[in-house]
Design a binder for this molecule. Structure first.
Ligand code: ATP
Ligand code: MG
Length: 246
């Protein structure tokens, strides 16, 4: 693999492995995975349950450390960064929409969405103002002051998405962002995510099982058993943006 690929403003994974140890048991979740992701397009990651999708995007987002291999994100060498550098890098550049939402139960929707901004030094008032704008864009203008427990699953998912994008991250990773929402909300969310990918040349990766959203992708990367097993590109003409798919 040419070394200049590593300096891309996108994502580059080379021979990446991730091993989890559970007592005597060893799980090899990623087994020498190679992948390049370009900015400015929407990449979907698909594959059977347990094949390593969440593990992969967690390594790329810097929330997990690889066991071996090289990972470059936005031109930065993630593997050799100190813990502190990684935390700062993540706070500034990474939006993560978690599979299980991970909302803070004692904070309202707006307060949850404001968290990444506050971490980046915004005042609470300014952060809440911006959070309100983003919540409105995901259709939750009337739920700003609700706690997560007072929201439906789909509404919680939209709060999680708003929190993932509020600080305008250069890398956005979303784990099953449409799994808890109906087809119409799913379309709105995917249009939003695709718009974010194209605008500002952002790196945008979405893990999904949801065939209804495949039409939004520029590229679909398939994984199996901890490796990339194939990929498919869609020209804009093929991408019907989900409208004609089930
Ligand atoms: N913290 C952990 N400790 C031990 N094993 C883990 C841990 N996290 C993940 N694994 C294992 O790694 C493998 C890959 O898990 P991962 O969550 O990446 O799968 P996935 O492709 O995201 O699946 P799904 O589609 O069900 O979300 C699984 O076999 C899982 O059991
Ligand atoms: Mg997963």
């Amino acid at each position: 693999m040419p070394t200049d690929v590593v300096k891309t403003s996108g994502v580059s994974c080379q021979s990446v492995t991730k091993e989890f140890n559970r007592g005597a048991a060893r799980v090899l979740a990623l087994q020498g995975l190679n992948l390049q992701i370009s900015p400015g397009e929407l990449t979907l990651i698909v594959g059977p349950s347990g094949c390593g999708k969440t593990t992969l995007i967690s390594l790329i987002a810097g929330t997990l450390d690889a066991t071996s291999g090289e990972i470059s994100v936005l031109g930065q060498d993630l593997v050799h960064m100190s813990k502190r550098e990684k935390t700062t890098f993540r706070a500034r550049n990474v939006g993560f929409v978690f599979q299980q939402f991970n909302l803070l139960p004692a904070l309202t929707a707006a307060e949850n969405v404001a968290v990444p901004l506050v971490i980046n030094g915004w005042t609470k008032a300014k952060a809440l103002e911006r959070a309100a704008v983003v919540l409105k864009s995901v259709g939750l203008a009337d739920r700003m002051h609700f706690l997560p427990a007072e929201l439906s699953g789909g509404q919680q998912q939209r709060v999680a998405i708003a929190r993932g994008i509020v600080h305008d991250p250069q890398l956005l990773v979303c784990d099953e962002p449409t799994s808890a929402i109906d087809a119409k909300s799913g379309q709105v969310v995917m249009e939003l995510i695709r718009g974010l990918a194209l605008e500002s040349n952002r790196v945008t990766m979405v893990v999904t099982h949801d065939q209804r959203v495949f039409g939004f992708a520029d590229r679909i990367v398939s994984m199996d058993d901890g490796r990339v097993s194939g990929e498919q590109r869609q020209t804009p003409a093929d991408a019907n943006h989900g409208t004609e798919q089930r």
